[in-house]
Design a protein around this ligand. Sequence first.
Ligand code: NDP
Length: 323
Amino acid sequence: MKAIVVEKYGGAAELQYQEKPIPVPRPHSALVRLYAIGVNYIDIYHRTGLYPQVLPFTPGLEAAGVVEALGEGVSLCKVGDRVAFASAIGSYAEYNVVPEEQLVPLPDSVSFEQAAALMLQGLTAHYLVTSTYAVQPGETVLIHAAAGGVGLLLTQLAKLRGARVIGTVSTEAKAALAREAGADEVIIYTTQDFVAETRRLTEREGVSVVYDSVGADTFEGSLSVLKPRGMLVSFGNASGVVPPVSPLLLSQKGSLFLTRPSLTHYIATRQELLMRARDLFTWLEQGTLRLYISQKLSLCAAKDAHQLLESRRTTGKLLLIPE
Ligand code: NDP
């Protein structure tokens, strides 16, 4: 099969398109033939070694396809099932072996491309607004990188829960997209001071929660726009890792809460994974949730996908399609 292989950590050029043997399913795992593969920012952290992997490895955590073979003892799926997954490393390939408990069955109404666009970023948006900080109607929330993959879904889900959404983005074109997804206010944080703007937009009151996936560049400002007892959900490092912080700062800024969540811990049980996926599929079917698939590239062009993503030239979701 064709697969992308990283032999050493580094830039996008380390994503090599190679021939590899089709993997054999282990006990309680299934071999899945992949038809659409999701690109996520975490794939860049894996490639650079920020989140280390055992080398060499095939990156990618997310894809959708059809079960082709079963390892011993599999009871949760059968050959021919349409499935998707969001946390099995090795998805930049024509096939991947996935533990059965991570496979989500796809309703007929959801295409492989939709599933590969929805799983990882949708599950993330879901847990962020329902579980990490349960957004309440009428609250004001700040979402950084609101036109990104997670950002556009998070904006829609926060609106669905009745929030007023302030989004930040880097360009006018991204601002238009964030507004289309439901953002009530958009700040262009590359030219405007997002702290001053957020204070102005909230009449100096501040927001209840900040969802911050940008990391180093926005962290301090994010703490400064929260209401007393508000929560900073720092869930990514697109601009770099947040430096160490003293708990005393949280007291000085208004008895704030700070959390650094990971999707893994919010889909830790199969029940929770299926509950979140079911909600997402239902909203998609009802037309309540819209997917923004901005680009589909061939699997062999994974390098280009990474370059686009890290240079902030993407909006919404990027997919890789095996030839
Ligand atoms: P995005 O599509 O959001 O792409 C990243 C965006 O971050 C860019 O488009 C850009 O938007 C913004 N950004 C700001 N500064 C920089 C910078 N210096 N370099 C690059 N991008 C920058 O990616 P994803 O939706 O895949 O992921 C978003 C974030 O969420 C990532 O940090 C990811 O790791 C995190 N994440 C965390 C999860 C968790 O459970 N903890 C799960 C899933 C994702 P703009 O141009 O508007 O500034």
